[in-house]
Ligand binder design. Structure first.
Ligand SMILES: [Zn+2]
Ligand SMILES: [Zn+2]
Length: 320
C-alpha cells in the first residue's frame, strides 16, 4: 500500500497569508551566512538544512487521504478540500476521459470531510465510476444537501459520474481491491468511524475526529487497543494540546500526548499527528511534534519502543 496526504487540517481550511510568508522569509534570511547563498547549489543545500515549517508549510486543506493498493487501485478517505488537488492529479489516469474508477470512504460527514466534493472534477465527468462507502445512513442525501441552490450553483445531479453507494453496518468488514477493511466507531459529535486497511500483512489505521479523553481513557481504551494493535502506520487525531483538550471535553478530538500513549500501548511503528487545528501555525505544529517526542521519552523511559512520530504534511508520501 502507498498513501499520500492531500488535506491534513481539521474544521476549516487555513491559508498561509502574506504576513506569515514574510515572517518565514525574514527568518530564512536572518539565519543565512554569505556561503549559504553563493550559487544555486549552496542555496538548495541551505534550504534543505532548514526545518520544513520554515521553508514550507504543513498545509491548509481539510482532510483527504489517498491510498493505493499494490495494483494501484484508488481509495480516497474523506473529501475535505484536499480532494480538489487530488482530483486534478488523477485526470491524466483516465479520470479526465471518463475511464476512471475509484472508491471514496467517509469517516463522517462534518463539512471539513465533505466540502471538497463540489470541486472534485472527476465526479463531473460522465463514464467515471465512484463507489461511496459509509457507515452513516443517507450518505447520498447528506452530500446532495451541500449542492442545494442555497449553497452551491451546480445541483448534485450535475455530477455526471456514476455514483454507487455502499452503506456498511457497524463493525462490518469488507474488501476493496485486495485491501481488507475494518472499522470501529469512535467518540465524536454525530458519530465518526476509524478505518483499518490491511494488505500483505501491512496495517494502516486512520483514526481522525476521535476523542480519547485523558479523564476516561483508562476505562475505555482496552476495547480499542486490539483494533489498533501492531499498526505499521497509525494516523491519529491530534487537534488539541493536552491542556486544550481538558478544556474542550466532548468537542470530539484528541491530543498528541494521548495519541502517543495509545501508539506505544498498541505497538504502532509510526504515528502520524493529524487533523491540525486551523489556528495552529507551522511553528506551533513543530512544538506539538516536540511535545509528542518528549511524551514518548517519558512513557517509554526504557526505550523499548521503536515508535517514529511524524506530523502529517500535505504532499507527504508513505509506503507500507
Ligand atoms: Zn474534522
Ligand atoms: Zn468531525
Amino acid at each position: 500500500m502507498k498513501l499520500q496526504f492531500w488535506g491534513v487540517r481539521g474544521s476549516i481550511p487555513s491559508v498561509v497569508n502574506g504576513d506569515i510568508i514574510r515572517s518565514k522569509i525574514k527568518k530564512v534570511l536572518s539565519c543565512a551566512s554569505a556561503g549559504d547563498i553563493l550559487d544555486d547549489q549552496s542555496i538548495e543545500q541551505y534550504l534543505d538544512s532548514l526545518p520544513p515549517s520554515l521553508i514550507s508549510t504543513y498545509g491548509g486543506n481539510t482532510t483527504c487521504l489517498e491510498i493505493r493498493s499494490k495494483n494501484n487501485d484508488l481509495i480516497i478517505v474523506d473529501a475535505g478540500t484536499g480532494i480538489r488537488s487530488l482530483g486534478n492529479s488523477i485526470l491524466s489516469e483516465g479520470f479526465g476521459t471518463g475511464k476512471g474508477k475509484g472508491h471514496i470512504l467517509f469517516t463522517h460527514t462534518h463539512w471539513d470531510h465533505i466540502h471538497g466534493i463540489p470541486f472534485f472534477v472527476p465526479l463531473y465527468i460522465h463514464g467515471n465510476i465512484f463507489d461511496f462507502h459509509s457507515i452513516h445512513q443517507n450518505l447520498e442525501k447528506r452530500l446532495a444537501y451541500q449542492h442545494s441552490k442555497h449553497h452551491f450553483p451546480i445541483p448534485f445531479e450535475g455530477l455526471k459520474a456514476t455514483k454507487r453507494y455502499h452503506e456498511h453496518k457497524e463493525e462490518e468488514k469488507w474488501e476493496i481491491c485486495g485491501i481488507q477493511i475494518s472499522q470501529k466507531s469512535v467518540k465524536h459529535p454525530g458519530g465518526s468511524y476509524s478505518f483499518s486497511f490491511e494488505e500483505d500483512g501491512k496495517k494502516l489505521i486512520f483514526c481522525t475526529d476521535a476523542e480519547f479523553n485523558p479523564q476516561t481513557i483508562d476505562r475505555s481504551i482496552e476495547s480499542y487497543l486490539d483494533y489498533f494493535r501492531n499498526a505499521d502506520i497509525l494516523i491519529f487525531d491530534t487537534q488539541y494540546t493536552l491542556a486544550e483538550q481538558i478544556q474542550k471535553i466532548d468537542w470530539g478530538h484528541s491530543s498528541a500526548s494521548i495519541a502517543t500513549d495509545i501508539a506505544l500501548k498498541s505497538n504502532a511503528r509510526k504515528l502520524i499527528l493529524f487533523h491540525h487545528d486551523p489556528s495552529y501555525t507551522d511553528e506551533m505544529l513543530d512544538q506539538v511534534f516536540l511535545r509528542a517526542v518528549q511524551y514518548k521519552s517519558v512513557f517509554d523511559s526504557q526505550k523499548k519502543s521503536n515508535l517514529e512520530i511524524l506530523v502529517a504534511q500535505e504532499g507527504m508520501n508513505l509506503q507500507l
